[in-house]
Design a protein around this ligand. Structure first.
Ligand code: NIG
Ligand code: FE
Length: 396
């Protein structure tokens, strides 16, 4: 197609079902489904989507062979800067022991002991694993260092691999401050924030019994905001609490987990811009009750689905697995789950250039070895992702 610059254009044709997430396209549903579709990519952008028969001429042509094409998954919540192993903790839990925030300390000790190279190698390995399963954008957090130097280095390493970096010095009170949590909050909002803010976009707090209460969380997020970091919160994961309402009050981009919600929490989410990010890998891996996606959706809340990939409570990098769980156990339709794992994740990161396949969007997409996106839930556990394109380049 004609171009004002030298970017090469490529058309992907032969798409049985194309998820655009643009309701002005195709069938007019929230997924904007186009049948017998094509996508035209120029450089790193989508420049055209529509019916195959109407596709404009391009330099290159790729035939999807009757497969489905979706926007790449946007995994808006992960903890990939860690070292060590918690297989035994998982094993014990599956043999009856309860999950608590305290297990985080095991990973903190191992992470502090790791070299920069080891930490980065772990991150790169998990990112490659996620990419093979269709994740083209990921957010990741610090939170297993809990010293000024260890938090800052985690964020520095993360920032080499993604723009969506979150400072989570307030994951738990550092074991070094067990006798004086207030002094740890001072560190997180003072010297540690100074060292971390240059490397992060977001600030997060684990607002939970055994971690930080509502007042501490407010102080930490407010301090971060004053340094240009935008809030997101681990809220209402293990018990009822103030996290979700605080998230809405502070216009956090996302309240994550949302497993224990009162009606007031749901009303608050419905009244604000804060996305409810559901992380079913955590309920799976802690054998806990599922968050009720149906209740949130029926109230008009925007829902994202994400992996929470971390070595303690959810050691999966697979968004397709989370989609299948959400459909089977959380009351989501396949269309809703796919939307939440793509456009929903983008909303949780306040991004409009990803999570959709319409002109102007980033050419981040995946080809499923299946005729429709519904197969992500219909064929759970099957590795259906057969191609992944990121910024217009095929990477898988
Ligand atoms: O999102 N909730 C707090 N943080 C993680 C758990 C981290 C861990 O157990 O190591 C989560 O589930
Ligand atoms: Fe988390």
């Amino acid at each position: 197609m004609s171009s004002t610059d030298t970017a090469v254009s490529t058309v992907i044709t032969g798409i049985s079902t194309l998820v655009t997430n643009d309701p002005s396209l195709g069938d007019g549903s929230p997924l904007g489904l186009v049948r017998d579709a094509a996508v035209v990519i120029e450089g790193d952008r989508v420049v055209w989507t529509g019916e195959s028969s109407k596709a404009p001429a391009t330099d290159n042509r790729v035939d999807a062979g009757g497969r489905a094409v979706l926007p790449g998954f946007v995994d808006s919540h992960s903890h990939l800067l860690f070292a060590g192993d918690r297989t035994e903790e998982f094993n014990a839990r599956m043999s009856g022991r309860a999950y608590s925030a305290g297990g985080i300390r095991t990973t903190v000790a191992a992470t502090r002991a790791a070299s920069d190279e080891e930490l980065e190698a772990g991150l790169v390995r998990h990112l490659a694993e996620a990419l093979r399963q269709g994740t083209t954008t990921f957010e990741t957090k610090s939170g297993y260092g809990l010293t000024v130097a260890d938090e800052a280095r985690a964020l520095r390493i993360a920032a080499r691999h993604t723009d969506e970096v979150t400072y989570l010095g307030a994951h738990i009170v550092s074991p070094d401050f067990a006798e004086d949590p207030a002094a740890y909050v001072d560190l997180v909002t003072g010297e540690m924030l100074d060292a971390c803010a240059p490397h992060a976009r977001w600030i997060d707090v684990f607002c939970e019994k055994g971690a930080f209460d509502g007042d501490q969380a407010r102080a930490i997020l407010t301090a971060g905001r004053a340094r240009g970091l935008h809030p997101r919160i681990h809220a209402n994961q293990l018990s009822y609490g103030p996290g979700v309402r605080l998230a809405v009050e502070l216009d956090a981009a996302s309240a994550d987990h949302c497993t224990h919600l009162t009606d007031a929490d749901v009303d608050a989410l419905a009244s604000g811009r804060t996305v409810a990010t559901l992380l079913p890998g955590a309920e799976f891996s802690t054998r806990a009750a599922w968050p009720d996606a149906r209740r949130l959706l029926d109230a008009g809340v925007t829902v994202a689905l994400s992996t929470d990939c971390n070595p303690g409570s959810s050691f999966t990098s697979s968004v397709p697995f989370c989609v299948a769980l959400a459909v089977r156990d959380m009351g989501m339709t396949p269309d809703e789950a796919v939307w939440s794992a793509t456009a929903g994740g983008a909303a949780a990161l306040r991004r409009d250039d990803i999570g959709r396949l319409a002109p102007g969007a980033r050419a981040d997409l995946l080809v499923l070895d299946a005729p429709s996106h519904v197969h992500l839930a219909y064929r759970p556990g099957v590795p259906l992702v057969s191609q992944v394109w990121r910024r217009g380049v095929r990477e898988v």
